[in-house]
Design a protein around this ligand. Structure first.
Ligand SMILES: [Zn+2]
Length: 267
């Protein structure tokens, strides 16, 4: 996971969602009422989907695993737990069907004070709670929230994710050094293409981990080569980094990049 900045929803969408919430309230604010209104809310879901694709990492990737294409509108706090948050824009994240149906489902663990113990990447910086070791492809938890998130999403238990991060690390290292070479040679077109390639990679958390590693005093030891450290330092000073305020809309999604798959709408 990486931190994501949530764009503002427009007034029309907010009004439509508020109307749906009123209907759920009138129907008794039950889980059944929430589900029926959600099923009927085609226009609202289309608006929410468009916004979620704007804030998704890479090219419409799942906000939890960062690997598969995001296909589902996930209710971070499940509809069954809080029916009146069914149409709350701040409760929506983009998930792949595998994460949504097999891992997140209706998970919403809380501590003794009622605070959710799952990372919401639109609110939390996941790296405050998790450390990604890109060479091994595995996460280590820094906090209880990190531990619960790692468990709930099977972040270290799914071979396709662990191997995928390992492979992404190799690709990112190669492309990063290539990007720096283009910058040094003055090949701005080549640099631009490589920067876009890095931002479109699945496993955007690998690049974010590399950026954090490059800031360490012993960066060459953890990144493995001075060439890569020099490239990363140039990358960070070029405002290309993946922190939301820098990354957001660096690669605006086009129509052709929006997957033409039907959007599932489970919890
Ligand atoms: Zn996923």
């Amino acid at each position: 996971m990486i931190p994501l900045r949530r764009p503002e929803a427009d007034d029309d969408l907010l009004r439509q969602c508020a109307d749906r919430t009123k209907r759920i309230q009138k129907l008794g604010a039950t889980s059944k009422a929430a589900q029926s209104q959600w099923s009927a809310g085609t226009a609202e879901k289309a608006g929410i989907r468009a916004l979620l694709f704007r804030m998704a990492p890479g090219v419409g990737r799942c906000m939890y695993c960062l690997n598969s294409t995001g296909t589902d509108i996930d209710h971070f706090e499940p509809k069954s737990r809080r029916p009146l948050r069914t149409f709350c824009w701040h409760n929506h994240l983009l998930a792949c069907s595998h994460c949504n149906s097999n891992y997140k489902r209706t998970e919403y663990p809380c501590d003794d004070f009622g605070q959710c113990l799952l990372i919401d990447p639109s609110v939390d910086d996941p790296f405050d709670h998790l450390i990604l070791l890109p060479a091994s492809g595995e996460f280590k938890a820094k906090t209880r929230k990190g531990e619960e998130t790692k468990r709930a999403f099977g972040l270290n238990d799914r071979p396709e994710l662990v191997y995928g991060r390992q492979d992404a690390f190799i690709r990112c290292c190669d492309v990063m050094v290539g990007w720096h070479g283009c910058v040094v040679r003055g090949d701005l077109g080549g640099a631009e293409r490589r920067a876009h390639a890095l931002h479109r990679e699945p496993f955007a958390d690998v690049l974010r981990a590399m950026e954090d590693m490059a800031r360490l005093p012993h960066a060459s030891l953890v990144l493995g080569s001075n060439e890569l450290v020099e490239a990363m330092e140039a990358w960070l000073s070029s405002s290309r980094g993946t922190m939301p305020e820098r990354r957001l809309f660096a690669v605006p999604p086009s129509r052709s990049e929006t997957p033409a798959v039907p959007l599932r709408t489970h919890d």
